[in-house]
Design a protein around this ligand. Sequence first.
Ligand code: GDP
Length: 366
Amino acid sequence: MKLGIVGLPNVGKSTLFNSLTKAGAESANYPFCTIDPNVGVVTVPDERLSVLGEMYHTKKIIPAAIEFVDIAGLVKGASKGEGLGNQFLANIREVDAIVHVVRCFEDGNIVHVDGNIDPLRDIETINLELIFSDLEILERRISKTAKVARNDKSAAKELVLLEKIKAHLEDNRLAKTFDGAEDDEEEEWLKSYNLLTYKPVIYAGNVAEDDLADDGAANAGVQAVREYASKEESEVFVVCAQIEQEIAELDDEEKKMFLEELGLEESGLEKLIKASYRLLGLISYLTAGEPEVRAWTITEGTKAPQAAGKIHTDFERGFIRAEVVSYDDLMACKSHAAAKEKGLVRLEGKDYVVKDGDIMLFRFNV
Ligand code: GDP
């Protein structure tokens, strides 16, 4: 999974990105994170892994990972090519979801590109650039489709849809709030355009340390962002990028104490990962054995063969069945053998829908 961090200049994107990737950098299992300074890999915290690690006497634990991309340089006029705009927009096209950082903190020393703090105006500035970029895509698509629509029923139908989406965007609305697709085919078309404003969004309200309490309740900007986000069913998460940077420097024990002092249960990174999982409908299944204990990310509703395919395409192609025990059942029985004796290790076939925390062993033909 890949998340792109966007936002206007000087809102705290890099500070957040650096703290996230620093906090997640302990994993040496993801060496590619050093290749591109704008890409960072963070691991998904999952307490179940270390418990399983002890049960299976393994030292090798591989958590699920999320890739963050710092997409700086999105400014007013980006869709018209201002400040390398188009290149950044292309980067956004490749991500699964967008983390949109919004400045909700006052600081006279840090200039705001538009002079004052106004989170809604900032959101709309960025969203407008994304909308412009999507309109360009649609226009190209429309002229292509129009050429064949006269003799092609399907193309004619698609053309009507394209025009409807275009009108929706021209109304300054995001593609994700478009509900004019008439059937599954049209839904599929809409998805296939890979529009920026169709992607799931998490708004990250960057607040001052004093405003962190109660999820930013005292910050008027955060309240405005929440209201805005609820209309498009986006998530909001409240963070203080500066504090995150400090937290990222600490070891686990110090981190716990520091968070307690601030009255927080978890770091911004943990909150953000949970929000992304929720928003994208993701869950983790686990594999466990003496060589390694590992978490794998899948979309809710994924069936056993496709889940197996995450490990290797051969597993999916040659899938026979899966041996499954839930994490909770395994914990209650204290060992795999005991769980088996109690009949809690199930044999599941190709239609089995994998659940969060399932511990899976796949049988397959090569
Ligand atoms: P970017 O341009 O969006 O990547 O912004 P940066 O992360 O470079 O931050 C711009 C400036 O704002 C830097 O001087 C940061 O130290 C500062 N900054 C970032 N987050 C916070 C915050 O939560 N509070 C305050 N007061 N300053 C912050």
